[in-house]
Write a protein that binds this ligand. Structure first.
Ligand SMILES: C[S@@+](CC[C@H](N)C(=O)[O-])C[C@H]1O[C@@H](n2cnc3c(N)ncnc32)[C@H](O)[C@@H]1O
Length: 440
């Protein structure tokens, strides 16, 4: 960064304007808008700088410009000579003015036209009513500070009101209504314990497959409770100072038992924390999100679920396999190969029906049993199948063939990453998925 951005408080201060012409008049208008008193002069004399907070010059003889620049620097006064960067101690950015919101854009003098183009874009996206919204926030600042002394609670409250219905009212010019709504929301926030748990689906592990809502909520979290399926690249998107708690979860190796996770979520919420329970895929698809939501509801903890892209959708897309197809697959079944008391416990007769695509989660270790169950129920051994390991991640691998072939080869092929089995005629409709390194 060549120039350090800072905003000068010139209210009631004297600013020297030396010279003449349009460029200087433009600066005079800006300085006046900032509440400064102008001292205008056509010729330079050092005493003109007496009591000044800054100086601008344009349209004056060269020796006067140089003399001003030197004298101002000598006194440590900010000086700007229009279009003469070598004589300036500061530059004036392109400005978007929604007072009290001010946006300054600088290219460090490299491309002022580009700065103006950027300004036009920002002008277009910032609503004119932004000024009212910022002014409202300014007026209510002390009340909010008194009602919500805890920094995190105050930040969340302001984030909510500055982007929700209160903001809509202020942006549309209904300032009195906006202020009343803000005070109502403040009274509510003061009365309710602020703890909240979001059960958030992190998708298959690729950070750009998070939903925008998940991203926003991760950015607001105080604590993130996560497990093994959530990679570091996704966790890195959370608020930097959010506490991370790893609760494990690997097949048959639950670092913290489910009851312990439920209790932890309740306890953190009761401490007033904004908790994100971050889970691979979707929380409600083989993610025990239902159990956690039940525990939170039973404890009276406010909570919400943010869906994520479940493995079946992510793996199918990344491997180029359609899950439904008008010619051959009119139903999609999500099943788990996980055992309970040593039993796979699936209704194979229902799963072996023609015209289905079957997605089996957690099925690598029971793949032979799943195959046997399907074949016994009448599914042909030649039915197309694919095993997708680390789906939608850079190290994705695909083992494709018939159900018999995939089940036979899988034990020697798998590298232990999460893997999903897809079975059904639609699997044969696979097209290339060119942007991921896949091994077929
Ligand atoms: C406990 S379940 C969680 C499922 C998750 N809630 C979801 O909606 O995808 C874990 C299983 O999901 C599947 N899985 C999750 N992420 C995967 C990925 N990136 N590639 C392949 N399978 C995945 C595997 O079958 C894994 O054993």
């Amino acid at each position: 960064m060549r120039h350090f951005p800072a905003f000068l408080d010139l209210r009631g201060r004297t600013v020297l304007l030396l010279g003449q012409g349009e460029a200087l008049e433009a600066k005079a208008a800006l300085v006046r808008a900032a509440g400064a008193e102008l001292r205008e002069a056509a010729r330079f004399a050092p005493e003109l700088l007496e009591g000044c907070a800054a100086a601008f010059a344009a349209g004056a003889p060269e020796e006067e410009l140089r003399a001003l620049a030197e004298a101002a620097r000598g006194r440590g006064l900010p000086v700007n000579v229009v279009d003469r960067p070598e004589l300036c101690s500061f530059i004036v950015p392109a400005i978007v003015d929604r007072d009290p919101v001010t946006v300054g854009i600088s290219t460090s003098g490299a491309a002022p036209v580009l700065a103006r183009l950027i300004r036009q874009k920002i002008e277009a996206v910032l609503p004119p009513g932004l000024a009212s919204l910022a002014a409202l926030a300014g007026r209510c600042k002390d009340a909010v500070r008194r009602a919500l002394p805890e920094t995190g609670a105050r930040r969340r409250f302001l984030e909510r009101v500055l982007s929700g219905p209160v903001a809509d009212l202020a942006l549309s010019g209904r300032e009195a209504e906006a202020e009343a709504a803000l005070h109502r929301a403040l009274a509510e926030a003061e009365a309710t314990p602020p703890g909240f748990v979001h059960l958030v689906g992190a998708g298959p592990g690729a950070p750009d497959l998070l939903t925008l809502r998940a991203l926003r909520i991760l950015g607001e979290a105080d604590v993130i409770v996560h497990d093994r399926l959530v990679p570091e690249a996704v966790l890195d998107l959370a608020r930097r100072d959010a506490r991370r708690i790893f609760v494990g979860k690997q097949r048959a190796n639950h670092c913290v038992p489910q009851e312990g996770i439920n209790d932890l979520l309740v306890q953190l919420a009761r401490e007033g924390k904004r908790v994100v329970r971050l889970k691979g895929g979707d929380p409600f698809v083989f993610g025990r999100g239902g159990e956690e939501a039940e525990a939170l509801a039973a404890a009276g903890v406010a909570h919400a679920v943010v869906p994520g892209i479940t493995a079946a959708l992510a793996c199918a897309a990344a491997a180029g396999i359609p899950l439904t197809h008008r010619d051959c697959a009119r139903a999609l079944v999500l099943a788990t190969g996980h055992t309970r008391n040593g039993e796979v416990g699936l209704d194979f007769a229902a799963l072996a029906r023609p015209g289905h695509t079957l997605a089996v989660y957690m099925g690598v270790h029971t793949l032979a049993r799943v195959r046997d169950g399907l074949l016994d129920a009448g599914l042909p051994a030649t039915t197309p199948a694919a095993l997708i390991e680390n789906g939608a991640r850079p190290d994705q691998r695909v083992l494709a063939g018939t159900l018999a072939e995939v089940a036979a080869q899988a034990p020697g092929w798998t590298r232990g990453g999460p893997a999903l089995l897809l079975v059904g005629e639609a699997v044969a409709r696979r097209t290339a998925a060119p942007d991921l390194a896949t091994a077929a």
